[in-house]
Each structure stands twice: as structure tokens, then as C-alpha cells.
Design a protein around this ligand. Structure first.
Ligand code: FAD
Length: 385
């Protein structure tokens, strides 16, 4: 059987749509690299409105993605989103993190929000450029989402939230977000609450210093008796078994392939960069170049195939984790191998090359580390056996 790694016509149209913003996207990326506080420059990005309503249903989304092939996309399948992220990773990975967008929190609202909660959250993005956060990771818990320590204590009319969150993308300036907290100690005791940082007390935040992709604005959030009203609890109309899995697992299943795709897009841009700027002897290394392009395209096809299964309603959580881990690994490998084939000294002389090499490390951690995906994957093989 011959492996066909070409994109579908729709896939190519999505890639072309995003890649048309290459020049402006990279200028914005440089401004964010200089100072992550410049995240607001993304308001001038020509896709700012589309990012701000990415994947929202038509009623909240007056600025859909309009492709050259005539397709108009409001809500996105995971396959379409993956292709979009891959192309954005090629243009500038800072953008996906720094742009206004419902992001991960949007998935939680789609899965768990009742109509009023969805209206509260999505109307914000319909009406203005807004930034969101998804506050799950904690300082001493890391990738172990099942072991969250933040507490939500029931009080008259609502809940008091106490705890800390770490590595929270856009936490420093989010207008709205979701926070995961324990309402009791049993394994089904994790719940999710909607909150608007400017409207609450008992909440503070600070930006964490990062080396790569500073546009992620990962932050440390501290909750000290932050009061949220009863209607902030998401998924109250669902069974406890559906809440945490509905919120966290569905969000991860939808976004993990996209983070893998971001990594692959970044690595693809590194390959094109070294070729276009003649930093590598393309004739001498032609066999390696072909293999690198082939591995990137193959890993993307792998992500798209798994995402298509998710879009069809299959449960593929562990396979998705493995595909994301593999994509991040291949992207890192290709970037390292490319660097070692470049003419000597280029890394210290070429800022863009240094940036591409620096940024590729971020995707291993975003959406879960490789070790954890491999451990989850091992469970899958045990189940099959
Ligand atoms: C750019 C970026 C954006 C992010 N955005 C968000 C966000 O918006 N919201 C959010 O909630 N989180 C976010 N995160 C956090 C992310 O999802 C991870 O939870 C976090 O990076 C884990 O960091 P840690 O140092 O605690 O790692 P740990 O999970 O402690 O892992 C540290 C090391 O130990 C290994 N390890 C961990 N557990 C095991 C095990 N059981 N067996 C073997 N090895 C193991 C890991 O592979 C890794 O090498 C973001 C992270 C990044 C990098």
C-alpha cells in the first residue's frame, strides 16, 4: 500500500488561508517575543476576529472562516482545527496562545455549560475581543489532573475557592475562565467553575517567566476564599460521572491533536527556513531532507486519522495522547537534526533559527508530557491484550 501524505483539498485550503498571514503573523510574533505584555498586538492580526470566535456556533460567530474553495466554517471538527493549528504553528506559534480566543475554556463551556452559562461566556467573544483561561494544573500536581488539590467549599449562595494554579495560559490577563476544584474528596469530586477575574475578590495572579513561546503568558493563580455564585458551577445538570470526564477529557481529546499539529507546523517552518536561507547544503542532505519532510507529513496524517475517529464519535483518548506525544517527539527530532546539519555557527548568528529551536520545546509540556501519554498508552495495550 502506498502512503499518501498529501492534504485533502479542504486541508490545503485551510493551510493556504492561514499561511496567507505569514508576514504579518511573524511581525506580531516578534513583538510578543520582545515583551509578552504585547499580547494585545494580536488585535491587529487579520485573523483576530476568527481566532476570537474560533469554533463557535453561528449564533455567536458573525466572522466565520471563509476558505478560497467556498467553504464557510463556523464550528470546527477536530480535523479542521488540527489543520488550522498546524498552519498557525508554521506562521508563528505565539499567535495561537496570545490571540483572543475562547480556547480550552470554550470546549468546557460547550460540553458542560447550560444555555445561560454558554450565553454569558460566548456572548463576550461575539461582542468584543476577549481572552480566556483554563485553570487546571497545580504547583505540586503537574500533569496528574486526577489529583487536584484546589478546594471549592459550599457556602450560602455559592462556593469559596481556595488553592493555587500553575502554568495557566493567559491567566495573567484573562477576562473570563474556568477553574477546576474539588467539591469533595472522592474520585468524582472534581468540579469546574466559571469566573471573571475582574469581578471577583480573593484572587491574584502573576506571570511566570518562560524561555520559549512567551505569548503563552503562563501564570500562577492564587485563590483565597474567592466567592463564586451557585450558577458558576458548570455541569450541575449532569451526573457527577459526566462532569469531570465531560470537561477535562473532551477538552484534551479535542486539543491534544492540535498541540501536536502546532509542533509539526513549527518544525515544518524550521525546515523551510533553513532551505530558503541556504543554511543547509540541500544537495548533500537531500535524502535526510526528504525523510524529515516525510516524517512530519506522516505524523500529521496520524493526528488527522485519530482526530477523524474522534469526530465520528469514537473513544480514542489514549490513541490521541500517543499521537500527540509522537508528533511532539518527531517535531523536536527534526528540528535538532536540521540544526546539526546546518553550516557551523548559524545558531548564534541567526535569531530566527534560534527562536525556532527554542520554541519547539514548549509542545512537549503543553497538553501533557510524553511520559504520561506513554503510560496511558501502555494501559490501552494491556486492555487489548
Ligand atoms: C505553553 C504551556 C501552556 C500551558 N497551558 C496550560 C493551561 O492553560 N492550563 C493548565 O491547566 N495547564 C497548562 N499547562 C500545563 C501543562 O498542561 C502541564 O500540566 C505542565 O506543563 C506539567 O508541568 P510539571 O513541571 O508539573 O510536569 P510534571 O507533570 O510534574 O512532569 C515533570 C516530568 O516528569 C515526568 N512525569 C510526570 N509524571 C510521570 C509518571 N507518572 N511517570 C513517569 N514520568 C512522569 C514528565 O514526563 C516530565 O518529564 C501549560 C503548559 C505549557 C508548557
Amino acid at each position: 500500500m502506498k502512503f499518501d501524505n498529501r492534504l485533502s483539498a479542504e486541508g490545503q485550503a485551510i493551510r493556504d488561508y492561514v499561511t496567507a498571514t505569514l508576514e504579518e503573523g511573524r511581525i506580531l510574533g516578534r513583538l510578543i517575543d520582545e515583551d509578552p505584555d504585547n499580547y494585545r498586538v494580536t488585535a491587529h492580526y487579520s485573523l483576530a476576529q476568527q481566532m476570537n470566535r474560533l469554533g463557535l456556533p453561528e449564533v455567536y460567530n458573525p466572522t466565520p472562516i471563509e476558505l478560497a474553495n467556498g467553504e464557510v466554517l463556523h464550528e470546527l471538527t477536530v480535523v479542521q482545527r488540527c489543520l488550522f493549528y498546524e498552519a498557525l504553528g508554521y506562521v508563528e506559534p505565539n499567535l495561537i496562545f496570545a490571540c483572543p480566543t475562547p480556547g480550552m475554556a470554550g470546549f468546557v463551556l460547550q460540553g458542560l455549560g447550560n444555555p445561560e452559562q454558554q450565553a454569558r461566556f460566548f456572548s463576550l467573544f461575539r461582542d468584543q475581543l476577549s481572552w480566556s483561561c483554563f485553570a487546571m494544573s497545580e504547583p505540586t500536581v503537574g500533569s496528574d489532573a486526577g489529583n487536584i488539590k484546589t478546594q471549592a467549599t459550599k457556602v450560602d449562595g455559592g462556593y469559596l475557592i481556595n488553592g493555587e494554579k500553575y502554568f495557566i495560559g493567559n491567566g495573567i490577563h484573562a477576562d473570563i475562565g474556568v477553574v477546576f476544584a474539588r467539591t469533595n474528596q472522592n474520585s468524582l469530586g472534581t468540579d469546574v467553575f466559571l469566573f471573571e477575574p475582574a469581578k471577583v475578590e480573593g484572587f491574584c495572579r502573576k506571570r511566570l517567566p518562560v524561555h520559549g513561546v512567551p505569548g503563552c503568558n503562563v501564570s500562577h493563580l492564587v485563590f483565597e476564599d474567592m466567592f463564586v455564585a451557585d450558577d458558576a458551577l458548570l455541569g450541575a445538570h449532569l451526573k457527577p460521572t459526566q462532569r469531570f470526564s465531560g470537561a477535562a477529557i473532551a477538552t484534551f481529546d479535542s486539543l491534544r491533536p492540535c498541540v501536536g499539529a502546532l509542533a509539526l507546523g513549527s518544525a515544518r517552518s524550521m525546515l523551510d527556513y533553513v532551505l530558503q536561507h541556504e543554511l543547509i547544503d540541500a544537495v548533500y542532505h537531500q535524502t535526510w531532507l526528504k525523510s524529515a519532510q516525510f516524517r512530519l507529513a506522516g505524523a500529521l496524517q496520524n493526528l488527522l486519522a485519530i482526530s477523524a475517529r474522534y469526530d465520528r464519535g469514537e473513544t480514542v483518548t489514549k490513541q490521541i495522547g500517543l499521537a500527540k506525544a509522537k508528533a511532539a517527539e518527531i517535531a523536536e527530532l527534526v528540528v535538532e537534526e536540521a540544526l546539526h546539519r546546518c553550516h557551523s555557527g548559524v545558531l548564534v548568528q541567526d535569531q530566527m533559527l534560534a527562536k525556532l529551536h527554542r520554541d519547539i520545546k514548549c509542545f512537549e509540556y503543553a497538553e501533557g508530557t510524553r511520559n504520561v501519554h506513554l503510560l496511558n498508552g501502555a494501559m490501552l495495550f494491556r486492555e487489548v491484550a
